[in-house]
Design a protein around this ligand. Structure first.
Ligand SMILES: C[S@@+](CC[C@H](N)C(=O)[O-])C[C@H]1O[C@@H](n2cnc3c(N)ncnc32)[C@H](O)[C@@H]1O
Length: 238
């Protein structure tokens, strides 16, 4: 189906750095992501060698590469050609033949084949403003089979607006000293100014409204990071 003209250009909201091959080259070191626990969690939720997994906003593929040996099919979706190129390179180097990559976004990915058993997304949904998050969550529900699992990790604010000042300042105080090893204060400030992290108490009803019933919600003590395990009910509203 053609994307309506009134849809946003997802590349324009993707964060310029994610499209820059130089930045992407250093991304894994900067992010330092270890997806071991996430793969283990999905296995406790039924992930096995028959499963189809869609990773939305997959980046360089830390999770996709780790989950591939444990399932049948992984589809890594990202708007960034540079991210997907590195993912492709790493999949080849590791001899992983069951990873597909699709240069699309939350709003444009068209799923083909059996409905997904799992949709995974880490630190990517915040690139969409509220209305479009709602549309994206409906599309995620539509990709999943009934009973399928949506695992979402993102920067989601677990506080009231009046508490924002001290909580945000405390987060910024813990920023990395250099961009090679993490996100620096100016980078985190850019996230706050230009991206669309939202409040837990806005996102959670949006998940439920999309037919993604929250089975588990965990919030980092900083108040900045949250993780959700959701199960698709038999009918979605997307
Ligand atoms: C901070 S990175 C996270 C990458 C990876 N999930 C991780 O945990 O390391 C955010 C990723 O989201 C991608 N992205 C941004 N907007 C997107 C969209 N609308 N649809 C899909 N991916 C998007 C970026 O290109 C980037 O690869």
């Amino acid at each position: 189906m053609a994307t309506p003209r009134w849809y946003p250009d997802e590349l324009a909201h993707a964060g310029d750095e994610h499209l820059d091959p130089g930045y992407v080259q250093g991304y894994d070191r900067k992010a330092g992501t270890d997806p071991t626990d996430e793969v283990a969690l999905l296995r406790t939720l039924g992930l096995d060698e028959t499963s189809t997994v869609v990773d939305l906003g997959a980046g360089t593929g830390a999770f996709a590469l780790a989950v591939a040996p444990r399932c049948r099919r992984v589809i890594a979706v990202d708007v960034s050609a540079a991210m997907l190129a590195l993912l492709q390179l790493q999949a080849g180097a590791q001899g992983l033949a069951n990873i597909e990559w699709v240069q699309r976004g939350f709003l444009t990915y068209e799923h083909r084949g059996e409905p997904a058993d799992f949709v995974y997304s880490r630190h990517a949904l915040h690139h969409l403003p509220e209305f479009w998050k709602g549309i994206a969550l409906g599309r995620i529900a539509a990709i999943l089979k009934p009973g399928g699992v949506f695992r979402l990790l993102d920067l989601v604010y677990a506080f009231d607006p009046g508490e924002a000042g001290p909580i945000i300042e405390s987060w910024l105080d813990g920023a990395a000293a250099t961009p090679a090893l993490g996100w620096t204060r100016p980078e985190l400030e850019t996230h706050l100014r230009e991206e669309y992290s939202t409040f837990t108490w806005l996102l959670e009803p949006m998940l439920e409204r999309a037919g993604l019933v929250i089975q588990d919600a965990s919030r980092d003590p900083s108040g900045i990071y949250a993780a959700y395990t959701c199960v698709k009910t038999s009918s979605d509203l997307g």
